[in-house]
Design a protein around this ligand. Structure first.
Ligand code: AMP
Ligand code: FE
Ligand code: FE
Ligand code: ZN
Length: 285
């Protein structure tokens, strides 16, 4: 079984549509793929439709923007009820604040570079109006204007966290997010918790607190983790009885990550499915 539980689409900052994600998962010979767009489930319907047509199983999920004592923490959430009112309202708050934040970053950048709000909106024209805006869309606008060659170059300097054009956005406190996700029948797993190059990472004590709050697992196998982080996170998961996942964090052409480059064990998916409210969509056999 080849199971990849972390992938983005045009519903957030990926470059392939939800249907094309499922098609590419088929081509990559994945048995199961998860759609995990940032702070939205708007791609679920299209992905489910595509999964019915091809032979790949689908886990419906998302990656929620959270904040733990000064650290940006990405929380993967699997199989929750998308219409849960409390969680849905929190996601609206995050997405709305992301819009103001991108506007603020563009206003700063526009003082020095040829970029407008309309340029960014044009790059994010995927799922009309519902798509989660992020810095990758600013990067794409800068690429279109010839300011940088690709997203990676934009993130290396102009739009990097803490840089002169950077503006924060609202994120849910991580423990509150875990509570909201569990109440919505979802299964919360920390995304790339050892990705030190992205910024400050959680200290060991934080994992104890988050496990106590209801965390289900850790994404241990991810390209942003070096061998030392894999060893550390494997030990933390064993000590705290957390599930261990591995995934690609595919963003289409937006990142070099390839579908299936890291995988999750079938028994771990079974454990996630047994805790989730909405079930894995399996291909008819
Ligand atoms: P934001 O959530 O708007 O702050 O933007 C962060 C997103 O940008 C993450 O979800 C990453 O997928 C993406 N990102 C971060 N660094 C890079 C990079 N070097 N190249 C491409 N995408 C990146
Ligand atoms: Fe992303
Ligand atoms: Fe992430
Ligand atoms: Zn991701």
């Amino acid at each position: 079984m080849r199971i990849d539980l972390h992938a983005h689409t045009t519903a957030s900052d990926g470059t392939v549509s939800p249907a094309d994600l499922v098609a590419q998962a088929c081509d990559a010979e994945l048995d199961v793929v998860a759609i995990t767009d940032h702070d939205t489930t708007v791609g679920w319907g299209e992905a489910a439709e595509a999964a019915r047509r091809c032979g790949t199983g689908l886990v419906r999920g998302m990656e929620m923007s959270t904040w733990y004592r000064g650290c940006s923490v990405h929380l993967l959430c699997y199989l929750h009820r998308p219409d849960d009112p409390a969680l849905a309202a929190e996601l609206v708050t995050i997405r709305d604040d992301r819009v103001g934040r991108v506007r603020a970053m563009v206003a700063k950048l526009a003082q020095d570079y040829p970029i407008t709000w309309e340029d960014v909106v044009a790059q994010a024209a995927g799922a009309a109006g519902a798509r989660t805006l992020g810095r990758p869309h600013i990067a794409d606008a800068l690429v279109a204007k010839g300011v940088v060659a690709d997203r990676a170059e934009a993130f290396a300097d102009l739009i990097r966290s803490g840089g002169r054009y950077y503006v924060n956005h609202y994120c849910t406190p991580t423990e509150q997010a875990i509570t909201l996700v569990r109440a919505a029948g979802g299964v919360p797993v920390l995304a790339h918790p050892g990705a030190a190059a992205r910024g400050a990472i959680l200290p060991d004590e934080a994992f104890d607190a988050l496990a106590a709050a209801g965390l289900a697992g850790l994404e241990v196998h991810h390209r942003d983790h070096d061998a030392a982080q894999v060893a550390r996170l494997t030990a933390l998961a064993a000590r705290l009885d957390l599930l261990v996942t591995g995934s690609s964090d595919f963003h289409g052409a937006g990142k070099p990550n390839r579908l299936g480059e890291h995988l999750t064990e079938p028994d771990v998916l079974d454990a996630i499915a047994s805790q989730g409210a909405t079930g894995v969509l399996r291909p008819a056999s």
